[in-house]
Write a protein that binds this ligand. Structure first.
Ligand code: 6PG
Length: 256
């Protein structure tokens, strides 16, 4: 089976801009084909620069915002207003007026956060799965949502979404989504809500964002044939539908 497309840009800004162009390309194709673009975004600190790049005038007027619906592959089980929430960077960069006063191009109803106000994880998970179905997102026969584009970041331990090494969500037959206990080996130490790896293989296209020297060790493990998916869950995205955007610092430990 052939592998993913891997691009090495100069730096994190180059990754953000290439990611924004890829999002617009996928959005344009999805809207042309189905009238709607279901984007599943990632958490962590990496997507903020992507959101900013999408707001730049040269790109903002090419993005079909009105036909775009934004979902989250995972979130921290904290309030939306919490700085640790994976929604807060999007709220700040895409749902707020920009510094020059330009209004947000996105309707708040087009953003679908996990129900982190729920009493417990099973309630939040079933609410999210119901919302996906209710919004008309297509699903596989195994019950996984089929996003037009799914974004992942890469953790220093080789995780993606909130699927950590040796996690039940990294195994065959894992549930579509579940609550994840607070990791003790990696920040932030808060409980999570997450789709499992099947969401990656079910997406029409995948975009992995991994800039910075801090990712070099993890990428070397992920791209090593000696590593199993269970030990580096982001390996699940080494598939032909995926594009990996690295920079020279993060790609430093990869063989040619
Ligand atoms: C999360 C993310 C997680 C993230 C990676 C990379 O909730 O933490 O979904 O999978 O993408 O940890 O995080 P950075 O972008 O901050 O390096």
């Amino acid at each position: 089976m052939s592998g993913p497309t891997v691009r090495v840009l100069d730096d994190a800004q180059g990754v953000a801009e290439a990611a924004a162009d890829r999002v617009i390309e996928a959005a344009t194709a999805a809207v042309a084909a189905r009238g709607v673009f279901h984007l599943c975004t990632t958490g962590g600190s990496t997507p903020a620069a992507l959101y900013r790049a999408l707001r730049e005038s040269s790109r903002a007027n090419r993005m079909p915002w009105a036909e775009t619906q934004i979902w989250f592959g995972d979130d921290r089980f904290v309030a939306r207003s919490d700085a640790l929430s994976n929604v807060s960077p999007l709220d700040a960069q895409l749902l707020s007026a920009s510094a020059d006063g330009t209004a947000s191009p996105l309707s708040p109803s087009a953003v679908h956060p996990w129900l982190t106000s729920a009493a417990d994880a099973p309630t939040a998970v079933s609410a999210y799965l119901a919302e996906l179905r209710g919004a008309g997102v297509p699903h596989t026969s195994a019950g996984f949502p089929i996003f037009d584009l799914l974004l992942i970041g890469i953790g220093g331990d080789g995780h993606c979404l909130s699927v950590f090494p040796r996690s039940p969500l990294a195994l065959e037959g894992a549930p579509v989504a579940a609550g994840v206990p607070a990791p003790t080996h990696i920040e932030p130490h808060v409980p999570r809500l997450s789709l499992s790896l099947g969401a990656i293989t079910s997406a029409r296209a995948v975009l992995a964002l991994a800039p910075g020297a801090g990712k070099a060790e993890a990428l070397a493990r992920i791209f090593s044939n000696a590593t199993a998916v269970a030990d580096a869950p982001a390996k699940a995205a080494l598939i032909p539908t995926a594009t990996w955007l690295l920079d020279t610092a993060s790609a430093a430990k990869l063989s040619a």
